[in-house]
Design a protein around this ligand. Structure first.
Ligand code: NAD
Length: 254
């Protein structure tokens, strides 16, 4: 890739430095370089190995809930042992420099916060997979304790306080989106001059509507994603390269 041609890292750098109110919108692809598989990458994506569990099935059937917990403890280790990669660090630099105020993420791994971004500047559209809550009384449960219970009893029991269903604090397919997070994301998109989209297939709605809305409101759109996305035709710049090396080089972040 030559430094002068459109679609180059130099072009990316120029556009990032020219923007003043960047919103970064991230998907699972920003965390694959930290060792957490995404959903849809061919071969390595989790869904090439298992079907997602919709919220209504989780609510309706205890056996489905226990299967969901089994998966969480089998695959969740990737999240627990992960640390931020070069892409997360580059995003954190944009925030530290004051050119990005809000990171909207579909990720549930907490790695943007772990990279040093204040939690109030990270909007988690799909919740957080590093803890669990009771769906009725909202009591918080730590995963270490739940995993110990699952190992000992082979199941996760209802909430000891109210008898409600305990679920990882993520938003499943068919589950209502978090109202506060949606409002924060909308406000950030309304105010941005550039939406930088990293590692998302842009196929999960309503989340994927945010970059599109930014374009409708006159902001620029940059997409960095290995595979093509439905919003590529709207992008001012699209790079099909690895996020960490690309963004790291553009912003001189190691
Ligand atoms: P997705 O799996 O649909 O798409 C990820 C995209 O990232 C793919 O198009 C892939 O080509 C691209 N990609 C992967 N690694 C890349 C890299 N290093 N550089 C450039 N591109 C790369 O993920 P999505 O769009 O976020 O939507 C699916 C859902 O996945 C979200 O709701 C999210 O909650 C959930 N999810 C989150 C995690 C996580 O928290 N880390 C992991 C798996 C799934």
């Amino acid at each position: 890739m030559s430094a002068a041609e459109p679609g180059s890292v130099a072009d990316l750098r120029r556009r990032l430095l020219a923007a003043e109110r960047i919103v970064v919108f991230t998907g699972a692809g920003v965390s694959t370089e930290s060792g957490i598989p995404d959903f849809r990458s061919p071969g390595t994506g989790l869904w090439s190995r298992m079907r997602p569990i919709p919220f209504d099935e989780f609510l309706a059937d205890d056996a489905v809930r226990q299967e969901s917990w089994r998966r969480r403890f089998e695959h969740g280790g990737a999240i627990e042992s992960a640390s931020p990669n070069r892409g997360h660090r580059a995003v954190a630099q944009l925030v530290a420099e004051g050119r990005c105020h809000t990171v909207i993420t579909q990720n549930i791994d907490g790695l943007h916060q772990a990279s040093g971004i204040a939690p109030q500047q990270v909007v988690e559209l799909h919740g957080n997979g590093t803890y669990a809550t009771c769906l009725s009384c909202e009591q918080r449960f730590e995963l270490d304790a739940l995993e110990a219970q699952f190992d000992a009893a082979g199941r996760i029991d209802p909430c000891p306080s109210c008898g409600g269903i305990i679920k990882a604090a993520t938003i499943s397919f068919g589950q209502a989106m978090p109202i506060g997070a949606m409002a924060l994301a909308e406000a950030a998109i309304n105010d941005c001059d550039l939406c930088l989209t990293l590692g998302s297939s842009l196929s999960v709605f309503p989340a994927a509507a945010f970059p599109q809305r930014a374009v409708e409101l006159g902001a620029s759109l940059i997409i960095i994603n290995r595979e093509e996305t439905p919003l590529d035709p709207l992008a001012d710049l699209r790079l099909g390269t690895e996020i960490g090396p690309t963004l790291g080089e553009a912003l001189a972040v190691g």
